[in-house]
Design a protein around this ligand. Structure first.
Ligand SMILES: CSC[C@H](NC(=O)[C@H](Cc1ccccc1)OC(=O)N1CCC(N)CC1)C(=O)N[C@@H](CC1CCCCC1)[C@@H](O)COc1ccncc1
Length: 330
């Protein structure tokens, strides 16, 4: 089997992408954020206090003839940006792009943090990290990809995220029409549960490529690209008026600045992020100061290859044994 679904930016600066999914019988449609940086599938639900729901679609297990309570099971998750949620667990039929998993663990939120309440176009997440990261207790649950694996034509899913446009996620096949040339693969170290791999180096603008191993995680649920401070300072040294602002919590620069491109390596292949992707957003609608899409990872303890980097390539997440990740030019 295979599946294919849209990845729709939720705002004008691609802060996140959501994908239509269906839960239950008859199908209830929700827009979820497919996130390779976590492994919980959770949704706004009929159990979420109405004071915490603001425009989101909800899943009501009571309205589904195939829902089953996973009694005694709970979950609680905290994300890198401090947001979080917690609740109980049902199993139910779950489909993405025509690919169905029966009795998928669907984690129903009983509490969500304010940043989720404020994000009305995001009805929850589909974790596509390794199932070892799943927070359901007493027994952890499998991700949609792990459940779908046995029926997939190929043990892969792919991300084709786009700049200010709708892209796609495919399951079970690699769509040759979505990239040119060959996919370059590199090994994934699946501990502690992220898609962890190395870049083979980087270049700022037309500068020389610096060959250096940079370990990090490819994370569709993270908006920006977070790299070591030395690389980030080398980048913004090329930007007139750039500064690392304590106030804004990162590098900002005059919106009129000319930004260099940023190139990263996967083994011998090279992928160039256009300057427009790195001119991420105005710090406020009327400001002439802009916030960078490349920021330092020093506060995170981990380098994160988020959407700013991933949308510059066609990415293959391969669940083969051993797992690997592939990048193609598009
Ligand atoms: C550097 S991990 C920060 C990262 N969260 C972001 O990237 C959020 C995404 C967001 C924010 C608001 C609305 C919609 C989306 O966006 C920003 O934080 N920013 C964008 C806007 C910009 N102005 C400021 C910075 C993050 O926790 N991702 C997790 C998934 C994410 C959680 C929030 C909702 C959307 C999905 C996940 O993959 C990684 O979990 C961890 C990573 C490392 N250890 C622990 C957890």
């Amino acid at each position: 089997d295979t599946g294919s679904a849209a990845a729709v930016p939720i705002n004008e600066v691609d802060i996140a992408y959501v994908t239509p999914v269906t839960v239950g019988t008859p199908p209830q449609t929700l827009m979820l954020d497919l996130d390779t940086g976590s492994s919980d599938l959770w949704v706004f639900s009929s159990l979420t206090p109405s004071s915490q729901v603001r425009g989101q679609e909800i899943y009501s297990p009571a309205k589904s003839s195939t829902s089953k309570l996973l009694s005694g099971h709970t979950w609680s998750i905290r994300y890198g940006d401090g947001s979080g949620s917690r609740g109980t667990v049902y199993t139910d039929n779950f489909t993405i792009g025509g690919l169905e998993v029966e009795s998928q663990a669907v984690q129903t939120a009983q509490e969500v943090s304010s940043s989720f309440t404020q994000e009305q176009s995001l009805d929850g997440l589909v974790g596509l990290g390794f199932s070892t990261l799943n927070t359901v207790r007493p027994s952890s649950q499998l991700t949609f990809f792990d459940n779908a694996r046995p029926k997939l034509d190929e043990e892969v899913f792919t991300a084709d995220l786009k700049y200010h446009a709708t892209g796609s996620y495919d399951f079970g096949f690699i769509d040759r029409a979505k990239y040119t040339g060959n996919i370059t693969y590199t090994p994934v170290q699946q501990s502690p549960g992220y898609w962890t791999h190395s870049l083979s180096g980087y270049a700022v603008g037309s500068g020389a490529f610096q060959s250096t191993q940079i370990q990090g995680i490819s994370d569709t649920g993270t908006t920006l690209l977070y790299l070591p401070t030395a690389i980030v300072t080398a980048y913004y040294r090329q930007v007139q008026g750039a500064q690392n602002s304590q106030y804004y919590g990162g590098y900002v620069f005059p919106c009129s600045s000319t930004l260099p491109t940023f190139t990263f390596g996967i083994e011998g292949a090279r992928f160039t992020i256009p300057a427009s992707y790195i001119n991420y957003t105005r710090i406020s609608p009327t400001s002439s100061t802009c916030y960078g899409g490349l920021q330092s990872s020093s506060g995170l303890g981990i380098n994160i290859f988020g959407d700013v980097a991933l949308k510059a390539a066609f990415v293959v997440f391969s669940g083969t044994n051993p797992p690997r990740i592939g990048f193609g030019t598009k």
